[in-house]
Design a protein around this ligand. Sequence first.
Ligand code: ZN
Length: 133
Amino acid sequence: MGFIKEYTVQTKTEGAYNITKKISEAIAESGVDDGIALVFCPHTTASITITENTDEHVTQDMLLGLKKSLPDREEYTHAEGNSFAHIKSSVLGCSLVLPVAGGWPMLGPWQNIFFLEFDGPRERRFQVKVIEC
Ligand code: ZN
């Protein structure tokens, strides 16, 4: 049981897309006051994460830091040539669980939720499932 809503994101080659408003909207639409929200992306070269939104340089630096820390390598053998993107996706993960109270996600004052693209451009999807508990 519970409520589920799917969204799409049109991405560029690489990027961070703020999806906080969509998640708040899904929670409101679910009618659940207290429970949990699961945010999930069904992809292997993208991630869902929480970070600061006040300064957009934070997400730019995050993408740069990931690129420097987990660069493409000629030793990789995956024929598609996007192992760097698969690795980033696995390291950051493709889901988040958020507590919901009073019909809102219980985020800290600096926290926003981002969809991260590592191998675009593509039309991506993510789902928000909200469960009362
Ligand atoms: Zn691949």
